[in-house]
Design a protein around this ligand. Sequence first.
Ligand code: TRP
Length: 351
Amino acid sequence: MKKVILTGDRPTGRLHVGHYVGSLSERVKLQNSGEYDEIYIMIADAQALTDNAEHPEKVRQNIIQVALDYLACGLDPEKSTLFIQSMVPELTELSFYYMNLVTVSRLQRNPTVKSEIKQRNFEASIPVGFFCYPISQAADITAFKATAVPAGEDQMPMVEQCKEIVHKFNSVYGETLVDPQIVLPSNKACLRLPGIDGKAKMSKSLGNCIYLSDEPEVVKKKVMSMFTDPNHLRVQDPGKVEGNPVFIYLDAFCKDEYFAEFLPEYQNLDELKAHYQRGGLGDVKVKKFLNKVLEAEFAPIRERRKMWETRIPEVYDILKEGTKVARKKAQETLNEVRDAMKINYFDGNDL
Ligand code: TRP
């Protein structure tokens, strides 16, 4: 069986370092491993519209931002197909058929949908499209026969729901769809990067993000304002590293070689943590180090983004070409789905 990747992001804003450690860097690694036969990376504009129906312009403007972030991170159009979801209408048709295989109560139990409904104050009036987006996500994944979905931990319930749809479809209509697996980052700190304010999740709506496109001064300001251990008031006080966003970021981004380069008094992160826990190590020093680590990690990405910003027509061509390739594959799957469901009317001469 072919090894296929499908994943994507909603274009509701620029991508941030939480996206990077949670999913983008993993995709680039998988892309460059050469182990995958096909890689599809989707800008999920139709999904973004499920809770932005009144702001299509916002979604439209962010398509290019997300595409730039993709290219900046090292997604390579020679190896990965980048495309725009709504330009593959086959996905919508697949969603419509899958809707018959899912119950309302199952959607209501989807933990990601539940928490997003709360977050958006949708409790009293949930848009139907928003409520059904896990189904459309199953269409995205299955249309490409994806075997692997590199994504953040928050997408686990989506992939679970997709698997259920695959099993249901295959048991009712015969073996047609492929069962996907989520691919999570192996580093635990990367599973869910907290915001700079220490809130559980880095998220645009919470205003606690460091963006891939932030300039160095902006990153520095954000890092210096980060929450740490609230009880670590004086330098000599013992500090806590668990749940301390500065140390979680170091867990996610720091490599041993950065100590030799920027903070040679320590060999590695364990030594730095031990000193902080003992007392005698101030937050400012740790934050300055974190800032240097982030600069080392993200300077090349920022540069590549700037380069692509001067080549927008080429980025448009990449998206147009990618969408053509993606559409062809989705059409093939849709035909198989219609065959399996016996709604392939007039395929021969008969109804
Ligand atoms: N839900 C994803 C996000 O919030 C975007 C997305 C849409 C997606 N379809 C997908 C991710 C299929 C993985 C697989 O950004």
